[in-house]
Write a protein that binds this ligand. Structure first.
Ligand SMILES: [Zn+2]
Length: 213
């Protein structure tokens, strides 16, 4: 695999405060095996999977903030190059509801299994440290073959809270928008999907937080 990948069918876009702009170089570095796609300004990279929830989300253990540059995970580089690969994958959604019913007019966020684990891991940490009490349940989802996937891909900014308004604005005429995660499972590709484009959804693990992740 080449060291960098591009989006041959559309643009790479970066959220700004008020709009979305073209990605600076138009290409993404492919992260090394066993590493997330983010790094700190001193160049430190972080091991996958996240070993403890205290691992860096916005500040490295060396004290530096995260770099703006985000690499893509090796297994998602092909999904950047070929949007149709999304149809061949199982997708995952973490919900507070054990009886989730999707509203066909509402978007739903889907990610890789590892991204679901990372999200649960971070939420579990928040629960334990901030006295929050909730359950999480893991759903496995497939996309309809008729889903229209936007050719452009959003690249999140590491260390900044996710702002999904940009993905939602792209979704208006499409069913699926791909984005590269900057915080949860950084470097992995997740999807914002019109719920009507979901083929089927199965509750895979109830009370997900009680599992080792
Ligand atoms: Zn560092």
């Amino acid at each position: 695999m080449s060291e960098f990948v591009t989006n041959p069918h559309g643009r790479l876009l970066v959220p700004t405060y008020h709009a979305i702009a073209p990605h600076g170089t138009g290409r993404l570095l492919v992260a090394g095996e066993g590493e997330w796609g983010n790094r700190c300004e001193a160049g430190h990279r972080f091991a996958r999977p996240r070993a403890t929830p205290e691992d860096p989300v916005d500040i490295c253990t060396c004290g530096k903030y995260l770099s703006e540059e985000l690499a893509i995970l090796p297994e998602d580089a092909t999904l950047l190059e070929d949007p149709n690969e999304a149809f061949d994958r199982n997708w995952w959604h973490v919900s507070h509801s054990a009886a989730l019913a999707l509203d066909p007019d509402q978007p739903v966020h889907l990610g890789s299994r590892e991204a679901a684990d990372d999200r649960a891991n971070l939420k579990n940490y928040a629960r334990e440290n901030h006295g929050k009490s909730f359950d999480l349940h893991l759903y496995k989802i497939r996309l309809k073959g008729s889903a229209r996937i936007h050719p452009d891909v959003l690249v999140e900014r590491p260390g900044q809270s996710s702002d999904h308004t940009h993905a939602l604005s792209l979704l208006s005429d499409w069913d699926v928008v791909r984005y590269v995660n900057g915080t949860e499972a950084p470097g992995s590709i997740s999807l914002v999907v019109n719920a009507r484009a979901v083929e089927n959804m199965d509750l895979e693990i109830r009370d997900y937080l009680r599992r080792e992740v």
